[in-house]
Design a protein around this ligand. Structure first.
Ligand SMILES: O=CC(=O)O
Length: 349
């Protein structure tokens, strides 16, 4: 909403106010968590959002739930916030759409949201390359023990022996990708450039031409991939079927020299089994961008292991990718508010 105040050019004093005109139709109201901070929309996205919406934060909504609730037509979820529950949905009678700032929708009760007649969208276009980069960064960092060698390099004594910095050769090693959707495939593209052999498992097999383009071999059974891979990368969505997909049995199938990399969701791995496997040398190392919960309690056993690298769900967090996510969200919200098909609608299964 833009307010134009016209004053007489002769006197330029307030008493000469002629009229106050409200320009433009009122913009649709968009509910966001907060601006700035760890769970808030980034400040740099706000001017873009304000071009299309009247922004209202959760704090403002909670202060005046009755009046504001009726106006909100859309929610932009930034890293799972605000939490969408029945109570919130009931207080937003005109809500039409919820846009998620990522691809994973496991934090949402899709059936509940759909039962309120609210559409949902995610942001698959924006996230793929950057998340694939995160996976490769973790693979390389773990292979070459970057965190350990960094700590040695900045230590006062720099006391180390060759064995302390000996890594694993990536070229010629076998990468097993579990989950060959958009992100999994982009990881394969990157791994090919690093001269890795690539195995993959997916619910549905990729086309032969797609496999050939990255030199990937399909493993119908996860077990066979686990037995052969030097690096296993988890890229699946979290669903009831993938919950604790990797447990004690699966870890024991892996080579003792193998590394597990998880960029999907923490709950895809049985964390207790993982801790035991890392402590007893069942596998060499793990590199985790995701844990359950996030962040882990500060005294968690995974934080004490030298053969673990943990990042705070870096996933897509780069300047460009986060901005693209907001653009994708705006596209979806505007489509829903105009009664058009949503470019990345997510339906309950
Ligand atoms: O975790 C990241 C995403 O869901 O896109």
């Amino acid at each position: 909403m833009e307010i134009i105040i016209c004053v007489s050019s002769d006197t330029l004093c307030l008493s000469s106010l002629i009229f106050v005109q409200i320009m433009e139709e009122e913009l649709p109201w968009l509910l966001v968590n907060e601006v700035g901070g760890i769970r808030g929309i980034l400040h740099s996205h706000v001017p873009f959002l304000k071009k299309h919406f009247h922004l209202i934060t959760m704090k403002e909504f909670l202060e005046n739930r009755k009046d504001v609730g009726k106006k909100v037509q859309a929610i932009y979820l930034w890293w799972h916030k605000p939490v969408i529950d029945k109570e919130l949905l009931q207080s937003l009678p005109n809500l039409k759409v919820i846009a998620n700032s990522g691809v994973g929708m496991d934090h949402l009760d899709l059936n509940l949201i759909a039962s309120f007649g609210v559409k949902m969208a995610n942001a698959p276009r924006a996230v793929s390359s950057t998340t694939a980069d995160t996976g490769m960064a973790l693979l390389l960092a773990s292979a070459r023990r970057l965190v350990e060698v960094h700590n040695i390099s900045i230590s006062p004594s720099m006391d180390y022996c060759e064995a302390d910095i000996l890594g694993v050769k990536v070229a010629g090693a076998t990468l097993g990708i579990i989950g060959m959707g958009r992100i999994g495939y982009k990881i394969a593209v990157r791994a090919k450039a690093f001269e890795m052999n690539i195995l993959y498992h997916n619910r549905t097999r990729r086309k032969v031409q797609e496999e050939q383009a990255v030199g990937a071999t399909y493993c119908k059974k996860i077990d066979s991939l686990l037995q052969q891979a030097d690096f296993v990368m988890l890229v699946v969505s979290l669903t009831p079927q993938t919950h604790k997909l990797i447990g004690k049995r699966e870890l024991e199938l892996m080579k003792p020299t193998a590394t597990l990399i998880n960029i999907s969701r923490g709950a895809v791995v049985d964390q207790e089994a993982l801790v035991a496997a890392l402590q007893t040398g069942v596998i060499r190392a793990a590199a985790l961008d995701v844990t359950a919960p996030e962040p882990l309690p500060r005294d968690h056993a995974l934080l004490k292991l030298k053969n673990v690298i943990i990042t705070p769900h870096l996933g897509i967090k780069t300047d460009k990718a986060t901005y693209m996510i907001t653009e994708e969200a705006v596209e979806n919200i505007l489509a829903a508010l105009n009664g058009l098909p949503l470019p990345s609608e997510v339906l309950p299964s």
